[in-house]
Design a binder for this molecule. Structure first.
Ligand code: PLP
Length: 279
């Protein structure tokens, strides 16, 4: 027997292709050294070419999964991915409150406001966007939207660094403690700048933009890596910095699988030369 590891809970959908969703979250938690707990919200039918459909899990079953693991095993940090419907979002909001997960509560809560796959296939029923704004964002320790999600949530189209700042301010109005606007542009396309803000502090994370078509699961993997580092006790800016280092390496080592978009890969983390300090 060894010491009990920290735990991270993902509240998310299944990707049958194994590149995104709960599958990406679990392998990221594993690679970051925390025990992964899951509350499954939906089962998608998808491969590298797209999502052909999904079936959601009944909201009371989603809530019961959260309560079951939180009550027995304990949760050190939690994240959401695909939530599919407004009813699931309402059930998740009540369940995380009961488990003391969320902004200004004991357990940090990362919200990845997943709306669609990179192929443009919907992962969220249209009426559920308002529930993300009103029920999820006020509970978030950190919300981490990509540029499409920023546009859906705020109507702001991010093209410049000034747009990213404006989007962060608009998202903070919904009540999260921190906002990470992912993938903004500084000057041109060769860098990928993520902007972190709590309204007082503004941190720009500037990294390379890798030239690969295989980035499936990238958003999930970043949010999970941040969540894993929060579970290990880091504060939000340090957890984002560690998560960003982790995802850069995963994107650099992504691979082709199937006829379409291949997944980002945390496998590098399992090599003997990969040191924990790499994030
Ligand atoms: N499928 C599931 C279950 C997801 O949660 C997500 C993203 O969060 C996706 C697919 C889409 O991933 P990507 O946009 O990286 O293709």
């Amino acid at each position: 027997m060894t010491a009990t590891p920290r735990t991270a809970l993902t509240i998310a959908g299944s990707d049958s292709g194994g590149g995104a969703g709960i599958q990406a979250d679990l392998r990221t938690f594993f690679a970051c050294g925390v025990h992964g707990l899951t509350a499954l919200t939906a089962v998608t039918v998808q491969n590298s070419v797209g999502v052909s459909g999904f079936t959601e899990i009944p909201p009371d079953v989603v809530a019961a999964q959260i309560a079951a693991v939180a009550g027995d095993m304990g949760v050190n940090a939690a994240k959401t991915g695909m939530l599919a419907t407004a009813d699931i979002i309402t059930a998740v909001a009540a369940a995380v409150d009961a488990a003391d997960i969320g902004r200004d509560r004991r357990i940090p809560f990362v919200v990845d406001p997943v709306a669609a796959s990179m192929h443009g296939d919907s992962l969220l029923r249209a009426e559920a966007l308002e529930a993300i704004r009103t029920e999820l964002l006020p509970r978030a320790t950190l919300v981490a939207p990509n540029l499409d999600e920023v546009w859906l949530l705020t109507g702001i189209e991010v093209r410049t660094a000034a747009d990213s700042r404006k989007a962060a301010e608009a998202l903070l109005e919904f009540g999260p403690r921190w906002v990470l606007v992912k993938g903004g542009h500084a000057d041109g396309d060769s860098r990928c700048v993520d902007l972190l803000s709590d309204g007082t502090h503004l941190v720009a994370f500037d990294g390379p933009r890798y030239d690969t078509p295989h980035t499936h699961g990238g958003g999930d993997t970043l949010a999970s890596a941040i969540t894993a580092h929060l579970a290990k006790g880091l504060g939000v800016p340090d957890a984002v910095a560690a998560g960003k280092k982790f995802i850069e390496r995963c994107v650099a080592e992504s691979y082709a699988l199937g006829a379409g978009v291949g997944p980002v890969s945390p496998f590098w983390r399992l090599r003997p030369d990969a040191t924990p300090s790499r994030g």
